[in-house]
Design a binder for this molecule. Structure first.
Ligand code: ATP
Length: 594
């Protein structure tokens, strides 16, 4: 049995079913121990021609054999079958439901964890928690209760019966059990450690495989298949070694238990045989005694399995508890209200920001204001801090108090979901789900009609591409379907954000993969469809944003200038230099567009 704060509640929650299971287990254990008594009756009946039943000595006739041995045996077998079925359903059914519940808790907690958590913890590692570790917990919960009670109850009941028959013989038989117990306790600690190492090695391996499959195009383009294979081999070898180390200790435990069982049988046969020779035991009693011992062989085995399973379960539970205990570091303050009827006004006020694991400030004393309905371009060199601004606006990271305001309200004073709800976002990586195009475009709203989806696709200038696909909007993308081009992906992602029709639209480098003509169509559509709503357009190319109401020019985390393009061109030397350089590149045909 495994205990821990992540799992204890389930023992209570499933208490009635577990009790029913324990009750049927106890019944099975009790009646199972009646079988050795029947052995004794048969042996003594055959040897002596008479049997003692309920303190009555009866001649060993066919009727006595049927009445007092065969009939009870049939009842025992029937009850054992029913009982065993019942406890299996109770224990294993509860275990499945515990795993399902735990899985849901893990998923619920995972979805609330900040982006920072996913940057530190890799997907492969998380997936192994949801597969390997949860399977181990499920196995430990059901088998653990069964083995614990079976070992305890059947073991104790059989021992009491053995003790009653001959206490000296039973004491002798218990010596190896004591040795076994001490060894088992020590070994269980080593096994927990080994299992943790084993799970970690498996996580590393699945991380590596997952990353390799995702980056297969890059690996092939750089002809690095062999290098990756060698790296995989090394991880696979490590995985194999820790598995072998775990198997060695688990096997050693198994061998020790078998050794223990064999040595006890030697003791019983030797000492018990001597008792029969001296006339203190008859043959029937020795067979009955061995019958009891046979009944406790399974509990003894169960102890070793219990030790092994508990060690594994503890290690897996530790890993799962770590996930469930991971702090939700980006969360609402107590008592915050929702942002009501957002208009899209944004103000950065002396904001300085460093990523949680960053070594320097990526934004330094940033101040600028965006009025509701303005369309604003954010430009600057790569790594200047443009996406960091969006990360804060979307509350992906914590924002210092009094530095970022939406509609005049400090973002820390309103609920995170309401701020996010006020924004529609086209991320730089344009992530799309492995689902139909219609579902991808309609993702941000609950009841998107086909007409809305079609309109958003037209605004993002991807409609014609979609209808050209054999299945149109029902075309499945990604792993299970077709692969779309970078430009199509970008435009589907824009359509998804446009459909949300939020007061604030953020496009992070979102027209970089389309040609100049398409870019112009999208920008014109944005102008009309977003009239009166705030739009933030992050771009590298000044030409993308020069028509917007104003431009925020960022250099090395600092806002160098804010204003319309013409004004910035006149007043900001750095901005002018950047514009001229890009113009020159375009003239020479070295621009990124086309
Ligand atoms: N999660 C993170 N943790 C730590 N540092 C980060 C993180 N994300 C970005 N950075 C760093 O912050 C700086 C600003 O990054 P940001 O993504 O905001 O730049 P950007 O202007 O959007 O660049 P680009 O135009 O290339 O997208 C960079 O130096 C980057 O390395």
């Amino acid at each position: 049995m495994i205990f821990g704060k992540a799992i204890n509640r389930y023992y209570l929650k499933h208490a009635p079913v577990l009790l029913l299971g324990i009750l049927s287990l106890l019944t099975v254990d009790y009646i199972q121990l009646l079988i050795p008594e029947l052995y004794r009756l048969v042996i003594n009946g055959v040897n002596l021609g008479q049997v003692v039943v309920d303190d009555q000595t009866l001649p060993f006739t066919r009727e006595v054999l049927f009445q007092h041995i065969c009939l009870p045996m049939i009842w025992i077998v029937v009850l054992m079958v029913i009982g065993r079925f019942l406890w299996r359903v109770c224990f294993f059914g509860s275990a499945v439901s515990v795993a399902a519940d735990l899985r849901e808790r893990m998923f619920d907690h995972s979805r609330r964890l900040s982006q920072q958590y996913y940057q530190v913890n890799k997907v492969g590692n998380l997936m192994s928690l949801y597969t390997n570790d949860l399977d181990t917990i499920q196995e430990c919960f059901g088998d653990g209760i069964l083995m614990f009670f079976d070992a305890a109850v059947l073991g104790i009941m059989a021992l009491v019966k053995m003790w009653r028959m001959d206490c000296k013989l039973t004491l002798l038989a218990l010596i190896p059990a004591a040795v076994m117990f001490v060894l088992g306790t020590v070994m269980s600690q080593v096994m927990t450690r080994r299992w943790e190492e084993r799970q970690q090695a498996f996580s590393d391996l699945s991380d590596f495989a997952q990353e390799n499959f995702s980056g297969i195009a890059v690996i092939k383009a750089f002809v690095k298949e062999l290098k990756e294979l060698i790296a995989f081999r090394r991880l696979n070898k490590e995985n194999e070694e820790v598995n072998v180390a775990y198997t060695k200790i688990a096997t050693l435990l198994e061998v020790l238990v078998t050794l223990f069982v064999e040595s006890v049988i030697c003791v019983i046969l030797g000492y018990g045989g001597w008792l029969v020779w001296r006339g203190q035991f008859n043959a029937g009693q020795l067979v009955e005694y061995i019958g009891y011992f046979e009944a406790i062989v399974w509990p003894i085995m169960a102890i070793s399995m219990l030790i092994e399973k508990t060690s594994r379960g503890k290690a897996s539970l530790n890993r799962i508890t770590e996930l469930l205990d991971a702090p939700i570091d980006v969360a609402d303050r107590d008592g915050v209200a929702d942002l009501r009827d957002p208009h899209g006004g944004i103000e950065f006020r002396h904001l300085t920001f460093r990523y949680p694991d960053g070594e320097y400030d990526v934004l330094k004393d940033v101040s600028f204001t965006i009025k509701p309905g303005e369309s604003v371009g954010i430009v600057g060199k790569t790594g200047a801090g443009k996406t960091a601004l969006v990360d804060l606006l979307l509350r992906t990271y914590n924002v210092p108090d009094g530095t970022l305001f939406v509609d005049g309200q400090d973002v820390n004073a309103v609920s995170i979901h309401s701020v996010r709800d006020a924004c529609a976002y086209v991320p730089q990586d344009n992530f799309l789900f492995s689902d139909t195009i219609a579902h991808n475009i309609g993702f941000g709203v609950d009841d998107a009609s086909q007409a809305d989806i079609d309109r958003a696709a037209a605004l993002a200038d991807v409609r014609d591409n979609i209808v050209d696909f054999k299945d149109g909007y029902e075309t499945v993308l990604g792993e299970r379907g077709v692969t779309v081009s970078g430009g199509q992906k970008q435009r589907i992602s824009i359509a998804r954000a446009l459909l949300k029709n939020a007061p604030i639209l953020i496009l992070d480098d979102s027209v970089s993969a389309v040609d100049t003509r398409t870019e112009k169509i999208i920008l014109d559509n944005l102008k009309t469809s977003r009239a009166g709503k705030t739009t933030l357009l992050i771009a590298h190319r000044i030409s993308t944003v020069e028509q917007l109401d104003k431009i925020v020019f960022i250099e090395d985390g600092r806002v160098e200038a804010v204003g319309p393009h013409d004004e910035l061109y006149r007043s900001c030397a750095e901005y002018r230099r950047m514009v001229d350089l890009q113009k020159l590149e375009d003239e020479e045909g070295g621009g990124s567009h086309g």
